[in-house]
Design a protein around this ligand. Structure first.
Ligand code: C2E
Ligand code: CA
Ligand code: CA
Ligand code: CA
Length: 275
């Protein structure tokens, strides 16, 4: 490029360049990561609104030690998917989470997010079966959270895998419900154990009657289907009141707890009776 004087053109948008460099750097860091050293599992409780007890802890992956500092999952999970790293990273995380679950009260399940790529590029049923055997965790204590991107394609292998997992006794939740284009169609094709209502409906439900109506409708639908409903992203008492009044079964959000490191979670359970 020519020496760029004031007002002259540039061949590269400097901003694009930085973003691309960041992506390359993170890709390299991902491929060469030592999962055990570099990643951490955080846990966030999901609470039953009738019993007021914790039913599930959702595992959320953290990547604090990168050359670029703490990188959020919304940035590195897509990269891990594009590079295929999610297959080994996801298998590592699943095993670690199931081991930890064995140390929790047996009334508490563990929820693990599973990417579509893990279904497409690996034998997820085989991975899960092995992990359950190695950790001794009862299948009904494992919940796999999938999003509808998984079901987007008319792929019968995916459906077969999901059915096999449920036949093993594992629970399957549909995450981020309501954000996609054809969520309702998937409810006909596959039976889920739980439906998690996307956080975006809760953010302004207090002031937005349309969002309240949608939440009511989703909960009515889950009741008709005999599926457990979960409200994601509950931050205020008003939101909790509203989703409770709508008949929602479970809730998750900062109001109860932010995701916390494993050690903190174990301390929490160690100090109280949760049975
Ligand atoms: P998600 O599965 O929908 O997880 C819930 C996200 O909402 C988490 O963000 C959580 O920290 C956040 N959250 C929970 N309660 C509240 C609240 O009350 N208010 C607000 N503002 N946020 C709340 P996080 O941990 O940044 O994860 C983002 C996404 O990254 C996850 O969304 C999930 O799609 C993905 N992800 C995280 N860990 C994993 C993983 O181990 N595997 C896969 N495949 N994806 C993961
Ligand atoms: Ca999730
Ligand atoms: Ca979600
Ligand atoms: Ca219900």
């Amino acid at each position: 490029a020519k020496a760029a004087g004031r007002g002259s053109y540039r061949f590269f948008e400097p901003e694009m360049d930085v973003r691309l460099q960041r992506k390359r750097l993170l890709e390299l860091a991902l491929r060469t990561a030592d999962y055990e050293k570099d990643f951490a599992l955080h846990y966030q409780p999901i609470v039953n609104l009738n019993s007021k007890k914790i039913t599930t802890m959702e595992v959320l992956l953290r990547w604090p030690h990168t050359p670029l500092g703490n990188v959020p999952p919304d940035e590195f999970i897509p990269l891990a998917e594009q590079t295929g790293v999610i297959v080994s990273l996801g298998a590592w995380l699943l095993k670690k989470a199931c081991k930890t679950a064995s140390r929790l009260p047996s009334s508490v399940n563990i929820a693990v997010n599973v990417s579509a790529v893990q279904f497409q590029r690996s034998d997820i049923v085989d991975t899960v079966t092995k992990v359950l055997r190695e950790t001794g965790l009862e299948p009904h204590r494992l919940e796999l959270e999938v999003t509808e991107t998984l079901l987007l394609e008319e792929n019968s292998d995916v459906h077969r895998a999901l059915r096999k997992l449920r036949a093993l006794g594992i629970r399957v939740s549909l995450d981020d419900f309501g954000t996609g284009y054809s969520s309702l169609a998937y409810l006909r094709k596959f039976t889920f154990d739980k439906i998690k209502i996307d956080r975006s409906f809760l953010t302004d439900m207090e002031s937005n009657p349309a969002h309240r109506a949608i939440i009511d409708a989703i909960i009515g639908l889950t009741d008709a289907l005999g599926v457990v409903s979960v409200a994601e992203g509950v931050e205020t008492w008003d939101q909790l009141q509203l989703v409770g009044d709508s008949g929602c079964d479970e809730a998750q959000g900062y109001l109860f707890s932010k995701p916390v490191p494993e050690s903190e979670m174990l301390r929490l359970f160690g100090n109280r009776t949760w049975t």
